[in-house]
Design a protein around this ligand. Structure first.
Ligand SMILES: Cc1cc2nc3c(=O)[nH]c(=O)nc-3n(C[C@H](O)[C@H](O)[C@H](O)COP(=O)(O)OP(=O)(O)OC[C@H]3O[C@@H](n4cnc5c(N)ncnc54)[C@H](O)[C@@H]3O)c2cc1C
Length: 455
C-alpha cells in the first residue's frame, strides 16, 4: 500500500473506500487484498493504526498500552495474520498469571484440587470459589446469554459468591475483557471470558478441566511489537492511503451509499466501509431517511473503555520473566508485564521495558492516577521498578470503543450492515465477540462476508 495525497485520488481505481485506518479498517483491507481487491483508505490522523500503535521513547519501543494478544493459537486476530501474512508473525507465550494479594501470591487454579489449596483466601473462600467455578465451567453459551443484562457482580451475589478477594481477582481477569469494574461488566460477557467460550466444549470436557483455566495457556506478545505487525499489514495491503484526511460526510441517496467527502472533495463510490467510531457517525452521515438517522443515533452512545499505562525503562533487568502479574491488593488492580522479556528488541541491551496498566479512575487527574500507580505497594512488592527507571512514559486513551456492559455485548452490536446499502461498519463498537484486536478482526470478518454476499 502506498501513501498518496487527496489530489491524486481517483475513486474508480478502487473496489472499496475505507474510512478510518484502525485495526478494523486495516484488517478489512488485508482480507480484501487476498480476494484480489484494491482499497483506498482515508485516515484522519497523521499515521495508520488508530489505537493499535507503537513508537519509540528514549531508546525504548512502547506500544499504545499493554498490548497482549489473546487466543494466540485459535483467535480471529491471529487467524487473520496467519492467513494473510507470509511468513506468519511470531508470538512468545506468557508464562501464566500471578496475582498478588498483599504478601500472598497465587495463580489461576486449574483444578478443584488447586482451588482448595488456593493461597489467596481462607478455606471458606476456597470452597465458595470451587462451587462458583464449577457452575461457570459447566454452563453452556445459551445459559450464559440469560445473564446478558445484569452485571457480573449481581450474578455473583445471586449465587452467594461474595468473597471479596475472589471478586477482586476475578475483577483483574474480567477487566481485560470488559474494561469496566465487575459492578458494570455484563455477566454474560464475564462468564464467557472466565470459561473461554471461543472453544465451546461438552460439559464432561468442562468438568475435566474444572476451573477458570486449563493446562493450556494462550496469550502472548508478538515479536516486533505492534509496530512490526502494523508495518507488515500495511505493506501487504493492495491499495493506497491518504493521511490527514478526515471524512466529514458519507453520502446516501435513495437508500444507497454514493461516496464520501474529505475537505469538501466528493469521492464517489458505491462501496464504503467505515471504521469511524459510531459516536461520530450521526454528524457524518448525510441522510433525510428517518431509519438511517435513527440507526446512527441509536448506536452513537456506545460507552468505550479507558485505560492508563505507565511505561518504565529500567537501567537494569529487575523482573526479567514472562509472567502476567497483577497487584490485586492493596487496591487498585494493576497489571504489570516485562515486555522486553518477550521481545528484547524493544529495550537497549541489558535494560528492561516494563508496562504497568490499570483502568482509569473516574474523578482522578492523570497525575493523581500516576501517583496511585506508583504507590499502593508497587515498590514494596516489586522493588527496583521505580528506583532503576531511566525512562518514564504515560499514555491514556480509549482501548476499545465498546465496554462489555449490558446493552453492548456481542449480542447487541449493530454491524456489519447499515440501513444504507453499500455502507458497512467495522471496529470494536460495531460487531464481533471477544475484545480489542479479536473483536476488530471478527468485525472485519463480518464485513468481508457481507461484501461477498451483497455484491
Ligand atoms: C491501552 C490499550 C491497551 C490495549 N490492549 C489490548 C490487548 O492487550 N489486546 C487486544 O487484543 N487489544 C488491546 N487493545 C485494543 C485494541 O488495540 C483496539 O481495541 C483496536 O485496535 C481498536 O480497533 P478499531 O477498529 O475499533 O479502531 P480504532 O483504533 O478506534 O481506529 C479508528 C480509526 O478511525 C480514524 N478516524 C476517526 N474518525 C475519522 C474520520 N472522520 N475520517 C477518517 N478517519 C477517522 C481514527 O483516527 C482511527 O485511526 C488495547 C488498546 C489500548 C489503547
Amino acid at each position: 500500500m502506498q501513501e498518496i495525497n487527496l489530489d491524486q485520488v481517483e475513486p474508480s481505481n478502487y473496489d472499496v473506500i475505507i474510512a478510518g485506518a484502525g485495526a478494523g479498517g486495516l484488517l478489512t483491507a488485508l482480507a480484501l487484498t487476498a480476494e484480489g481487491k484494491r482499497a483506498l483508505i482515508l485516515e484522519k490522523a497523521e499515521r495508520l493504526g488508530g489505537v493499535w500503535h507503537s513508537y519509540w521513547v528514549n531508546g525504548y519501543r512502547v506500544d499504545q498500552g499493554l498490548h497482549v494478544i489473546t487466543r494466540v493459537t485459535r483467535g480471529a486476530f491471529v487467524r487473520f495474520l496467519k492467513t494473510y501474512l507470509s511468513p506468519p508473525p511470531k508470538f512468545v507465550l506468557h508464562d501464566g498469571w500471578q496475582f498478588r494479594v498483599y504478601d500472598k501470591v497465587g495463580t489461576i487454579p486449574s483444578s478443584i484440587g488447586e482451588t482448595l489449596r488456593w493461597p489467596l483466601t481462607g478455606m471458606k473462600g476456597r470452597l465458595g470459589l470451587a462451587r462458583i467455578g464449577a457452575k461457570i465451567k459447566t454452563m453452556n453459551l445459551e445459559e450464559m446469554k440469560r445473564y446478558k443484562d445484569i452485571s457480573f457482580l449481581e450474578f455473583m451475589q445471586s449465587n452467594n459468591a461474595t468473597n471479596q478477594v475472589m471478586l477482586d481477582v476475578m475483577q483483574s481477569a474480567i477487566y481485560m475483557a470488559a474494561g469496566v469494574p465487575i459492578s458494570e461488566a455484563s455477566a454474560y460477557e464475564s462468564l464467557r471470558t472466565l470459561k473461554d467460550t471461543d472453544r465451546e466444549s461438552s460439559k464432561i470436557n468442562s468438568l475435566k478441566r474444572l476451573f477458570f483455566g486449563s493446562g493450556e495457556y494462550d496469550e502472548g506478545y508478538v515479536i516486533g511489537g505492534m509496530e512490526g505487525l502494523i508495518k507488515r499489514v500495511i505493506s501487504t495491503i493492495n491499495g493506497d492511503y491518504v493521511l490527514n484526511a478526515p471524512v466529514d460526510q458519507i453520502h446516501e441517496q435513495e437508500g444507497h451509499v454514493t461516496g464520501c467527502s474529505v475537505a469538501g472533495k466528493m469521492l464517489a463510490h458505491n462501496r464504503v466501509v467505515s471504521n469511524i467510531p459510531l459516536s461520530f457517525m450521526p454528524d457524518i452521515i448525510t441522510s433525510k431517511n428517518d431509519t438511517v438517522v435513527d440507526f446512527f443515533k441509536r448506536w452513537s452512545n456506545m460507552k468505550p473503555t479507558h485505560g492508563i499505562t505507565l511505561w518504565l525503562g529500567l537501567r537494569k533487568i529487575v523482573i526479567g520473566d514472562r509472567k502476567n502479574r497483577v497487584l490485586v491488593h492493596p487496591n487498585p488492580n494493576r497489571w504489570i508485564v516485562s515486555i522486553s522479556s518477550f521481545d528484547p528488541s524493544c529495550a537497549p541491551e541489558g535494560k528492561e521495558l516494563v508496562g504497568i496498566a490499570m483502568m482509569t479512575i473516574p474523578g482522578k487527574t492523570k497525575d493523581e492516577m500516576i501517583e496511585i500507580m506508583k504507590g499502593n505497594g508497587l515498590e514494596e512488592y516489586y522493588p527496583g521498578l521505580l528506583e532503576h527507571a531511566e525512562m518514564e512514559h504515560v499514555q491514556m486513551s480509549y482501548a476499545t470503543r465498546a465496554a462489555l456492559i449490558p446493552g453492548q455485548t456481542d449480542l447487541d452490536r449493530p454491524g456489519p450492515r447499515t440501513p444504507i446499502m453499500g455502507l458497512y461498519i467495522v471496529g470494536t463498537d460495531t460487531a464481533g465477540s471477544g475484545v480489542g484486536l479479536q473483536q476488530a478482526a471478527q468485525s472485519a470478518d463480518g464485513v468481508i462476508r457481507a461484501l461477498r454476499v451483497d455484491h
